[in-house]
Design a protein around this ligand. Structure first.
Ligand code: HAM
Length: 419
């Protein structure tokens, strides 16, 4: 019979990869905490309406990538394609805004998008997501980016490109949008089918089109910089000043639009050449109307989400993420030795010392081979003879030296040796 395999685009994360993930998640949580963030845990299933309204009807995500189903003929539900809309849903549902003027929340977990799977792109992927709700000051934007880069450096990432942009606000963006629309109408005959459709649905998305002819046209398109209002320009400049105060290197990419409709003003992405085609490690930005659009008060926000699979693929295994050391392997020979091995192994584990043994009664040679494979620091050899004499042989696997020790002292000896 054939084995059952995982669904296409859905990936298992196996050890030792999981150890790397734990290391990344712990580092994120520690660094985020110092910046005042608290963890929020939200469901992976939401009402479809939340994403339609939050992310935008005419985005690729909502148009074609959501896993949506009608739950027993009652209501339309969707596996979350991102976390921001859900975080704000929870923020409003539990009135967090009435308790605190500023909420800094982070969450880590799986998202679902029915994209074409390829290296670095999955249908279930994980994000580390952080959101700040309340402030609209550009220094908040700067400190969020600062925290983000500090985190990326802390887990060993280098050679990153930080790109920032301002998408303007409800006052200046409409003129830009109109300019793009009339520009595109001029070059209509050469645009791909998707971009033709985008002229009326979501014209800014054409900046992300990968088709060559479209790219050539888009290279001549007007940019937001030409339309940005004084307030938005000021906001963008203060953000940049904040970044410079911390020597954060960045480039302004006026062609960066994001794949979600909720953004206003600041947007940013971190990319790296080492990722290939799917080169974005993370993306984020400000969303000053999203809370209101989801039925709440007029509260601005900003956040980002890091792709965990992509991030993990950039971190070498040895970077603080190696498997925990095996301190002691007990090679037990004969029934009496098995009971002692069982007792000793588990007593040590209860003290936090990693010990292993083998109840199969295999030969000493194959148990030593196993200890070697597991890279155990010490091996304790326990046979019938040793049990009777209440002694055992302790072997240091690195130096290959061994000594006879009293069984009653083993716990103490190992505890001291592994400290
Ligand atoms: P996003 O740019 O759609 O933004 O996704 C953020 C990151 O998630 C990407 O840069 C990438 O690393 C990862 N990612 C996205 N799709 C996939 C996929 N199919 N496979 C693997 N990784 C993927 C958001 O999701 C916004 N909610 C970010 C945000 C938070 N903006 C404000 N607050």
């Amino acid at each position: 019979m054939d084995i059952i395999r995982a669904v296409r685009g859905f990936k298992d994360i196996l050890p030792p990869e999981t150890e790397k993930w734990q290391y990344i998640e712990d580092t994120a949580a520690n660094i985020f905490r110092a910046f005042g963030f608290k963890e929020i845990r939200i469901p992976i299933l939401e009402k479809t309406e939340l994403f339609r309204r939050g992310i935008g009807e005419s985005t690729d995500i909502v148009e074609k990538e959501m896993y949506t189903f009608v739950d027993r003929g009652e209501e339309s539900l969707t596996l979350r394609p991102e976390a921001t809309a859900s975080v704000i849903r929870a923020y409003l549902e539990h009135s967090l805004h009435s308790a605190e003027p500023v909420s800094k929340l982070f969450t880590i977990g799986p998202m679902f998008r029915r994209e074409r799977p390829q290296k670095g792109r999955y249908r279930q992927f994980n994000q580390i997501d952080a959101e700040i709700l309340g402030p609209d000051d550009p220094r908040t934007d700067a400190e969020l980016i600062l925290m983000l880069l500090h985190f990326l450096h802390s887990v060993g990432l280098e050679n990153l490109n930080l790109e920032i942009n301002s998408l303007g606000c409800e006052r200046c963006r409409p003129a830009f949008r109109e300019a793009i629309v009339s520009f595109l109408r001029g070059g209509k005959n050469e645009l791909c089918e998707d971009c033709l459709r985008r002229i009326s649905t979501n014209p800014l998305r054409i900046f992300d089109c990968k088709v060559d002819t479209c790219r050539q046209i888009i290279a001549r398109a007007p940019l937001m910089t030409e339309f940005i209002c004084t307030d938005c320009r000021e906001h963008f400049l203060i953000l940049q000043e904040g970044l410079r105060l911390f020597n954060v290197a960045y480039t302004v990419n006026a062609r960066m639009v994001r794949g979600l409709d909720y953004y206003t003003r600041t947007t940013f992405e971190v990319t790296t050449e080492s990722l290939g085609a799917q080169n974005a490690v993370l993306g984020g930005g400000r969303y000053d109307h999203l809370v209101k659009d989801l039925g709440g008060p007029d509260i601005p926000g900003i956040g980002f989400a890091i792709g965990l699979e992509r991030l993990a693929s950039l971190i070498p295994d040895h970077n603080g993420t190696a498997s925990p050391i095996l301190h002691l392997y007990i090679a037990a020979l004969g029934n009496a030795a098995l009971t002692t091995a069982f007792l000793l192994t588990n007593r040590l584990r209860l003290k936090g010392i990693h010990a292993e043994t083998d109840y199969s009664g295999r030969s000493l040679k194959s148990q030593m081979k196993r200890a070697d494979k597991l890279k155990s620091t010490f091996v304790l050899i326990l046979g019938e003879k040793e049990i009777n004499a209440k002694r055992a042989l302790l072997r240091n696997m690195k130096s290959s030296s061994q000594e006879e020790v009293a069984l009653d002292d083993i716990e103490n000896i190992i505890t001291n040796l592994t400290r």
